[in-house]
Design a protein around this ligand. Structure first.
Ligand SMILES: [Zn+2]
Length: 168
């Protein structure tokens, strides 16, 4: 029994859970993404040495961020319903609610959030996130590549060139 519990904790992405907690997410929301339930997330973070917020602090944070209560199921930003598709030109991207924005109605680009979690830091002003397969809605980590704006221009110039050659 105890062994099984430990193993499921070990499978949890602790780096991701820790960064989400620092961003203001609650254990329940983290469990939706990282697996387990709010209790296993709480225990895992505590064992990692994370200073856990008291119930009152967590409540205050949620109100500050415009989240009157923990979002559940369909309302959770990770769910399709919590995403908003935005189109600029021919490009589609997902935007998601993010507590760091400070307002419940504020959306941020999902591919930037995913990339920043992989990097473990915020993007620098000269960095962009490129979708390798050209699908701006596919934010799986293997489809994202962080590069400088200059590198990105080169990559897209090459893509345009190969399309032009194909058409000839
Ligand atoms: Zn690109």
């Amino acid at each position: 029994m105890r062994k099984r519990k430990r193993r499921s904790d070990a499978r949890m992405d602790l780096a991701l859970a820790t960064s989400m907690y620092a961003d203001g997410y609650g254990c329940e929301e983290i469990a939706d993404i990282c697996g387990g339930n709010s209790a296993t997330v709480y225990r895992a973070l505590k064992r990692e040495g994370v200073t856990m917020r008291s119930r009152g602090e967590a409540q205050r944070l949620m109100i500050e961020q415009g989240r009157k209560r923990v979002l559940r199921g369909q309302e959770h930003w990770h769910w399709r319903g919590g995403r908003r598709k935005v189109t600029s030109g021919r490009h589609n991207h997902w935007m998601v609610l993010h507590p760091r924005s400070g307002r419940a109605s504020a959306y941020v680009y999902e591919h930037i959030l995913v990339a920043e979690r992989i990097l473990g830091r915020r993007l620098r002003p000269n960095e962009v996130v490129h979708h390798i397969n050209g699908d701006g809605l596919d934010n799986s980590p293997s489809n994202l590549r962080v590069m400088t704006r200059r590198e990105h221009q080169t990559v897209h110039a090459e893509i345009r060139k190969s399309f032009a050659t194909q058409g000839e």
